[in-house]
Write a protein that binds this ligand. Structure first.
Ligand SMILES: [Zn+2]
Length: 318
């Protein structure tokens, strides 16, 4: 069985905080942390994180800078502790602003802007990438679950923003932050692997196959089903590799390797523009980076688990 060393987490998987999930149930403790002078805030505006793109780093707000902002719709979401310093995510989506997002009264705001996290991705330090992904995932969930799915009444956040509860007395249904499990798999056959280009990818970018897990389905059954649906290929020996939070908007990617029973393919043209077997040596000699837009064969982004699965296989580590 393949086993990952603790140091080999995927990008976006490590936020550098202790989530202290027991303590956030204590609303007095959360309120005390929220108003503490040392507390730091991770701002988001309409799913975009606050960053300095030139220096490739996250820009956080101090308690004083946060206090100067226009009042928010809901309290910030508690993320966790670094030592004794609390981190909260605050949603500024209610502030009207142009494409650039609101200009914050931060000392650093001259260099900072609101950007889609994927535009900076692997250029960020890993712990910053993980922190921004976690904040984005939490606030996306809040924005999409303001009403109860059972009775339609408004919901309100509790437990530091890790639960939403229905405000209707007769209902009070609780909702928890959701992640949608998706399997992502590198299928191999001897010294070749199966990579595809789907219509959502830029031309020339080839990656692993992937798909969402359905209710009542195991992860390994989802791997086999997706590979067969997309490429007409039966697999065996489905083996887990690692997982990656992918809050674009709400996925948890579960990475696998699988062996093809034969090299015969029947590519589903509605799902994929192209899928083919690529030999290990050919990939090593010909692959270009994701950002090399004119290259005829590019691998996925370096911060993706798809790339991790491909790279580990190229290195012969699986
Ligand atoms: Zn309800």
């Amino acid at each position: 069985m393949f086993r990952l060393a603790r140091s080999e987490t995927n990008f976006y998987a490590d936020c550098g905080l202790d989530r202290v999930s027991e303590r956030r149930k204590d609303s007095a403790w959360v309120a005390e942390r929220l108003f503490h002078a040392e507390t730091r805030f991770v701002p988001l505006w309409r799913s975009r994180n606050y960053v300095d793109p030139k220096a490739a780093r996250a820009i956080l707000l101090s308690a004083e800078e946060h206090k100067a902002l226009p009042p928010a719709r809901e309290e910030p979401v508690f993320l966790g502790l670094a030592g004794e310093i609390a981190y909260f995510a605050c949603d500024l989506s209610h502030i009207d602003a142009g494409e650039e997002g609101p200009a914050l009264p931060s000392a650093l705001s001259g260099q900072a802007t609101f950007l889609d996290l994927r535009l900076l991705g692997p250029r960020l330090a890993r712990s910053e990438g993980g922190l921004l992904a976690y904040a984005r995932g939490m606030l996306t969930w809040h924005r999409r679950h303001r009403f109860c799915g059972q009775c339609g009444a408004p919901t309100r956040p509790t437990e530091g923003g890790h639960v939403r509860v229905c405000t209707a007395e007769a209902c009070k249904m609780e909702q928890f932050p959701r992640t949608d499990p998706a399997v992502i798999m590198l299928v191999t056959h001897g010294d070749a692997c199966l990579l595809g280009n789907n219509p959502r990818f830029p031309p020339g970018m080839y990656s692993t196959l992937a798909g969402f897990v359905e209710p009542g389905e195991t992860l390994e059954a989802a791997v086999a089903r997706e590979v067969f649906e997309e490429a007409g290929c039966r697999v065996r020996n489905v083996a887990y590799h690692s997982s990656q939070p992918w809050p674009f908007p709400t996925s948890l990617m579960l990475g696998f390797y699988a062996e093809a029973e034969s090299d015969a393919l029947a590519v589903n043209q509605e799902e994929l523009r192209d899928a083919r077997w690529f030999r290990r040596d050919w990939i090593k000699a010909n692959a270009r980076e994701f950002h090399e837009q004119d290259a005829p064969f590019r691998l996925p982004r370096q911060d993706s688990i798809a790339r991790r699965l491909i790279d580990d296989w190229l290195k012969g580590e699986v």
